[in-house]
Ligand binder design. Structure first.
Ligand SMILES: Nc1ncnc2c1ncn2[C@@H]1O[C@H](COP(=O)(O)OP(=O)(O)OP(=O)(O)O)[C@@H](O)[C@H]1O
Ligand SMILES: [Mg+2]
Length: 261
């Protein structure tokens, strides 16, 4: 399908003709076919689509976890396609936060320590902070967040000293979001972040994502099977058979607390 120009914000990602085929010969699986997409800085984007439609494959390519078999993808002025493993590792470390369905917290560390672990790794490299100004128009409050501030953003400052086993699933997922947000990524890529949670808990998690998006200007992409979540997004992409078959802007995103699914 034809790509739409973003409504606001400078383009963060430009993908053109992305394809991904796993394997070869008669058993080859086409996971993505001719996907072109522009994501604007600051957008909150929801990706819907049936199982196997290519959602995770697309997210992983944007996040530099996987490479396409065809086409190209650019993050600002960095062409990710064909970048070596070292360059992709640096890209992920400096620019991308990931949130997955299962929270992957370290059980022997408290919430605060889990978050602080990642801030320490992200650092404040001159490569990242120097020179080019942040994109105009985004409400970015640049720089890594102290772990306690990141936990406050997700409403968990009071549980900073709790261990993962002492937290509910939704609280653990909010710690995982705090961890992803603490390093101040340019983009937060979330693959079914509410997949393991009930609706009420899921809403708290979505509210935390929305807050990071609105208060920090973090471009956010959320894969979900819950079509109801689209109501809080600025934009919804629907995938089928490895292609984007629908791309809809939402002029009036709702508060996540009002969602139901
Ligand atoms: N590593 C792999 N090797 C082979 N095939 C793969 C691999 N990863 C994904 N696929 C295939 O590519 C297609 C797209 O997979 P993808 O994980 O992107 O789907 P998805 O939309 O995220 O689905 P779900 O909602 O179930 O997570 C599927 O047919 C899947 O089986
Ligand atoms: Mg998936």
């Amino acid at each position: 399908m034809t790509d739409r120009a973003p409504a606001g914000g400078a383009p963060l990602f430009e993908a053109r003709g992305l394809g991904k085929t796993y394997g070869s010969g008669p058993t080859a699986v086409v996971a993505l076919h001719d996907v072109s997409l522009t994501l604007a800085t600051g957008e909150f984007v929801v990706i819907l689509g049936p199982s196997g439609s290519g959602k995770s494959t697309l997210l992983n390519i944007l996040g530099g976890l996987d490479a396409p078999s065809a086409g190209y993808v650019r993050f600002r002025d960095h062409v990710l396609t064909g970048a070596g493993e070292r360059a992709l590792t640096a890209y992920r470390r400096e620019h991308v936060g990931f949130v997955f369905q299962f929270y992957n917290l370290i059980p022997s560390l408290t919430a605060e320590e889990n978050v602080a672990l990642v801030t320490g790794l992200a650092g404040d490299s001159p490569h990242r902070r120097g020179g080019s100004p942040r994109d105009a128009g985004a409400v970015r409050d640049a720089g890594p967040l102290p772990a306690v501030d990141a936990l406050r953003l997700v409403g968990l400052e009071a549980r900073a000293h709790a261990f993962p086993a002492e937290l509910s699933g939704g609280e653990q997922q909010r710690v995982a979001i705090a961890r992803a947000v603490a390093k101040d990524p340019d983009v937060l890529l979330c693959d079914e972040p509410t997949g393991a949670l009930d609706c009420e808990t899921g809403k708290l998690v979505l509210a935390a994502l929305r807050r990071a998006n609105r208060e920090r200007g973090t471009t956010t992409v959320v894969i979900t099977h819950n079509a109801g979540i689209a109501a809080m997004a600025d934009r919804t992409l629907r995938m089928r058979g490895g292609a984007i078959v629908e791309d809809v802007r939402n002029p009036a995103p709702v508060d996540p607390q009002t969602l139901s699914w």
